[in-house]
Each structure stands twice: as C-alpha cells, then as structure tokens.
Design a protein around this ligand. Structure first.
Ligand SMILES: Cc1cc2nc3c(=O)[nH]c(=O)nc-3n(C[C@H](O)[C@H](O)[C@H](O)COP(=O)(O)OP(=O)(O)OC[C@H]3O[C@@H](n4cnc5c(N)ncnc54)[C@H](O)[C@@H]3O)c2cc1C
Length: 466
C-alpha cells in the first residue's frame, strides 16, 4: 500500500468540499487532498437533469475566489428581470475551472477523482484497486455529510411493474430518440418538491398541454420567493427590506401557521395552491412566473406517497388512481435533503461540514474553512459555527432561524471575521449593505430597522420553538 501525507484530507469534491478547499488555501498555507469517487468535480451536479438550474442567483454560489456567471439580469423566460441562474452544465464547467485554474495551480492541492475514501484516511482507486493510506497532519474533512439525494442515483421507495415506463427527469429531453417506444401522451410527475416543479415546468414549456399532466403531490410546500434573494441595489427593498419584514414576522408570530402566513403576506414565501396549507418547507426557491405556470396543472393527486406503479393503476398510501395508456411516470421523489443527525462541525481530528447559515452550503463550507484557519481551538470554532439544523417540518424552521441568527451575532463580534463575511462573494447581501450611498435616506432607513427587528425576532423565537 502507498502512503502520502497531507494537512487536510477532504472527502467529496462537490460544492461543499470545493468551497472549503478554496477558502482554506486562501487563508492558510495548508496542503489539501480532495478525494471523490466521481470522475469530475461538482458532486451531485454531475448527475442532475439537463434542464436543472440553480435555485438562487449564480452571483453567490460556488467558491469564494471565483465568480460564477456575469451578474446578468435575465431578459426573458420565467426568471425575467432577475439575476441569472447557472444551468447544470455551467455549474459543472465552473467547478472544473475551479479545480484546474485555482486549486491545482496553487501547488498545495492534490485532486484524486475516481477514488473512494474507505475510512480513517484510507483511499482506494476505483480503477486500479490500489489503496493509499494518508497520513493526515491536521484533519479529515467530511464534505459528503450533507450530500443531497437526486433522481438519477437515488433508490426508489416504490415498485414499478414490468412494462410501466418510469424515468428520472434526466430522460425527458431525450424522449425523441427512444427507438421503438411510442411517444407518451400523458405525463405523471411524482413528487411535491422542486425537482417535480422543474420537471412539470419543463414539460409545459416544451409543449405538453397542461391537461396531459397529472401531478402527485404527497405534501404541499412553502417556497422561497426568488425576488427576495436578489443581490443587486435595484432589489434592495425586496432583499434587505425583505429581511426586515421576515424578522418582523418572526418577532410577531404567535404560532407556526401564523409565522408562515406572515412570511407569505410579506412576500418572502410562495405556495402553488393557495387553498392548501403546506406542511413542508425545504427552502426551495422559485420565481412567481414558475408558480403561475404550475397553477395551470389541475389534475393534482393528494393521496400520499406512491407505493407501486402497476400497468393499470397507481397505488398510493391512501388510495388508487387509474393509469391511462401511453403514460410516462417521471420520478422526482428523491428527497434532496435527507434527515441526518446534527453534530458538532469541529471534532477531534475531523471536520463534518454542515450548514452554519440556512440555506447556503457553499457559504457555510467557506466560512468553516476561514474559522479553521484563523482560530486555534475547536471550542471557539464550534462557538462560531453552531450547526444549523435543516428543517424537516414547519415547526423546525424557528429553531433553524434561531441558530442562524445566533451564528450571525457571533461573527459580528470578531472584526476580521465580520469583514470576511461582508466581503465574501458567497454572502449574498454583505457587499450590498456595505455599498449603500450614505445620502440614500430610504435605504438607510431600511438598514436601520434590520438589527432591532432581528433582536425582536430573537426574543420571540424561543416561544415559537417551544
Ligand atoms: C436541483 C438542486 C438545486 C440546488 N440549488 C441550490 C442553490 O441554488 N443554492 C444552494 O445553496 N444550494 C442548492 N442546492 C443544494 C445543494 O445540495 C448544494 O448546493 C450542494 O451542491 C451540495 O453539495 P455537497 O458538496 O454537500 O454534496 P455533493 O454535491 O453530493 O458532493 C458530495 C461528493 O462526495 C462524494 N463522496 C461521498 N462519499 C464519498 C467517499 N466515501 N469517498 C469519495 N467520495 C465520496 C460524492 O461522490 C460527491 O461527489 C440544490 C440542490 C439540488 C438537488
């Protein structure tokens, strides 16, 4: 068995591992080895459906040292008027550039694709079977703990009878060359999350009539209104003003439902079906134009999760629905965010990357790297980086927001860390707030409200959590 030395052995070259490595080498003299069983950097984006796009503007996704996109405003389509959203291929090309043009040229990064980490610093090449034991001078970094589950690679929790056509959304743009198979005339989209919404939007925009679509929605979802995530000055009122309004909602809410209705009333959240009270919030982000399009699908099945797809019927938790001939099922049931126990980020000899700000895995990984590089002991590091628990129920959201605000307050107390956050391209709003014209009374008035409203929210959050 070969042996190698490195300071940090990073398991996973997805967004989290790359954002961590990028900031760590910028903030320290460390040597980093990145290991991934995939053949290309980018993690789950390599398995994404062709029409995937970022949920949020490209402007604050990726790694800290390299811009993604050109901060263009889309001139057409459902995201018209809003900051561009990188497509899957753009994200994959970007991460390839990050590795080839930033990380490897530093001379302090080794990248090992097609290698599996077996545990305790032992790495196995998938192609040769050769095993290498790494002597890790500082830490092993688990950058795969929050890895999402996506349709192309997940394991289905339902059965599909022989002859029934069920595909991941990846197959949709290639339907035209499925030799011998008739073109489907009816599309049943399985799943209530953002992937299902993307698949339905794609079908409708590609020419499928709304009445050809059936949508199986086990749970309705609250969605972040993308307008509130825009990083440019023209959107100051919606983004920073939106933050103020959200803090006011947290400060005034008297129950979980009341909180979500207040967040909807102030424009922070959207829902597809306004006559339904959603029970899910996975922080997916959507544009109002997409919502309007999805509202055109009237055949919505709410009988719980799919259990079996039979040639003539679909069996769900709470009932059975007939299946018409020439139906194509589109499996969008992968739970992008699987529940995993929350653990401390800094542990003895290892770092387990998790969120320190919701819902920003790229920013979180970069901030953890900064803290690792500049603070000496794990107790201090964990104080600065409390793990934000990903909300799996509506009632989880106030808890997550409480940790979010706590972390923000901790970062504000350290001058250098505060400056890093403000200047980081991964922080959507820091540079925006810092560049307000001191003569602009309207924007200053919005800024002045942010801290008091956040404090009022902090005071009410324990009641909502309880
Ligand atoms: C469709 C979609 C859109 C999204 N849009 C956004 C967005 O707009 N903004 C946002 O902030 N987030 C978004 N997300 C959330 C997304 O999950 C994160 O942005 C991020 O890509 C997750 O990266 P990761 O590095 O944690 O996981 P991954 O990308 O899954 O990377 C983990 C890597 O670890 C490797 N690995 C795991 N175990 C081992 C092992 N033992 N040995 C070697 N390698 C291993 C895997 O091969 C994989 O490459 C989106 C998610 C989806 C599914």
């Amino acid at each position: 068995m070969d042996s190698f030395e490195t300071d940090y052995l990073v398991i996973g070259a997805g967004t989290a591992g790359l954002a961590f490595a990028d900031t760590l080498i910028a903030e320290s003299d460390a040597h980093v080895t990145l290991v991934d069983r995939q053949g290309r950097p980018g993690g789950h984006w390599n398995d994404a459906y062709d029409f995937v796009r970022l949920h949020q503007p490209s402007a604050f996704y990726g790694v800290n040292s390299m811009e993604l996109g050109q901060r263009r405003i889309d001139s057409h389509g459902l995201n018209q008027g809003l900051y561009e959203l990188a497509s899957g291929p753009e994200i994959n090309a970007y991460f390839d550039q990050v590795v080839q043009q930033r990380l490897l040229p530093s001379g302090r990064v080794r990248y090992l694709p097609m290698c599996n980490h077996l545990g305790d610093g032992q790495v196995e090449s998938l192609l040769s079977g050769q095993r290498t034991q790494f002597k890790v001078r500082r830490k092993i970094v688990n950058a795969a703990y929050m890895a999402p589950s996506v349709p192309a690679t997940h394991r289905r929790a339902f059965t599909v009878a022989e002859g029934v056509r069920c595909v991941p959304p990846n197959a949709l743009p290639r339907l035209w060359h499925q030799a011998g198979a008739p073109m489907p005339r009816r599309f049943v989209v399985l799943g209530g999350g953002k992937t299902a919404m993307d698949a339905a939007v794609w079908l409708l925009q590609a020419g499928a009539p709304p009445e050809a679509l059936q949508w199986v929605v086990p749970r309705d979802s609250w969605l972040i209104n993308r307008i509130t995530t825009q990083p440019g000055m023209d959107f100051f009122e919606q983004s920073i003003g939106g933050q103020v309004a959200q803090m006011a909602a947290f400060a005034q809410a008297t129950s979980i439902d009341d909180l979500f209705l207040r967040l909807e009333a102030c424009g922070a959240l959207l829902r597809i079906h306004r006559d339904r009270m959603p029970t899910m919030f996975h922080l997916a982000t959507i544009a109002p134009g997409e919502v309007a399009l999805l509202q055109g699908i009237h055949d919505v099945v709410r009988l719980g999760r799919v259990q079996a797809l039979e040639p003539t019927c679909m069996v769900l938790q709470h009932g059975t629905v007939p299946v018409l001939p020439d139906t194509l099922f589109i499996d969008c049931t992968a739970s992008a965010v699987e529940p995993r126990p929350v653990q401390p980020i800094f542990q003895d000899g290892q770092i387990v990357l998790q969120l320190v700000r919701l819902p920003q895995p790229a920013f979180s990984a970069a901030l953890v790297a900064y803290v690792e590089a500049h603070f000496d002991d794990d107790k201090t590091r964990n104080r600065l980086c409390s793990t934000v628990p990903f909300p799996h129920t509506l009632a989880d959201y106030p808890k997550a927001m409480m940790v979010n605000l706590w972390n923000q307050a901790q970062w504000g107390q350290d001058k250098a860390l505060r400056r890093w956050v403000r200047e980081s391209r991964l922080d959507g709003f820091g540079r925006l707030m810092a560049s307000v014209d001191p003569q602009d009374a309207a924007k200053l008035a919005i800024l002045d409200q942010l801290k008091p409203q956040a404090m009022a929210a902090m005071a009410n959050l324990p009641r909502l959590v309880a």
